[in-house]
Design a protein around this ligand. Structure first.
Ligand code: MLT
Length: 202
């Protein structure tokens, strides 16, 4: 189906599970996280868009000025554009609000989406996420379940930045679980296990 983002969609095979919105990291695409989505949420509908920003040919969900330095005007505009896509896809495919499952740049846009269009997501798994905005908007995130999985040896995401994101989301009312794994920036088996367990308990 043609919607405002190039994307892949897999219909649910197990009723009753919320859909997953899969958000890839820098250089990924809409095919990247489908196998992982099937692992962490067996039977759930999977909606997987490709980021529209290109950085030296690599798809991303928003522009950055340098590693870890974000173009925040673009973060805001792109988060709203992604929220609009989620609305379109919900209507086109008959979906309830999805849980985001984002890795790295995909986790960062998911965090921005939580702040900027509350209600778009039913919650989020944020893997190797950073706080995407220096001044965060007022938002009531009550009842938003969020799992943040950070890497203790992550060379890209400073530990205090991920901790700040967890604090900010908690202060806005979200129900946050923040785990720091003995890992770097890359996904590990522990991420898959913890995400699967957390999603199963939704
Ligand atoms: C970002 O730019 O969103 C973060 O630095 C993570 C990354 O994509 O490497």
């Amino acid at each position: 189906m043609t919607l405002s983002f190039t994307h892949r969609f897999e219909a649910a095979s197990a009723p009753g599970r919320p859909p997953l919105l899969l958000l890839h990291g820098t250089g990924g695409d809409e095919a990247d996280l489908l196998p992982l989505g099937r692992m962490v949420a067996p039977g759930a509908a999977l909606l997987s868009p490709r980021g529209k920003v290109l950085e030296r040919g690599m798809p991303r969900f928003f522009r950055r000025l340098a590693e870890g330095v974000f173009d925040e005007a673009d973060v805001r505009a792109r988060a709203l554009e992604l929220a609009d896509f989620v609305g379109e896809a919900r209507e086109a495919y008959g979906l309830e609000a999805p849980l985001a499952f984002g890795f790295s740049n995909g986790a960062n846009i998911a965090a921005a989406l939580l702040w900027l269009r509350p209600g778009t997501l039913a919650g989020a798994v944020l893997i190797r996420a950073m706080a995407p905005l220096s001044t965060r908007p007022e938002a009531d995130l009550a009842a938003q379940p969020v799992l943040i999985l950070s890497g203790a040896m992550d060379p890209i995401v400073p530990a205090d930045n991920a901790a700040r994101l967890a604090r900010q989301l908690t202060a806005a009312g979200a129900s946050v679980t923040h785990e720091v794994l003995p890992a770097g920036h890359a996904l590990s088996q522990a991420d898959v296990t913890l995400a699967r367990e957390w999603l199963a308990s939704r």
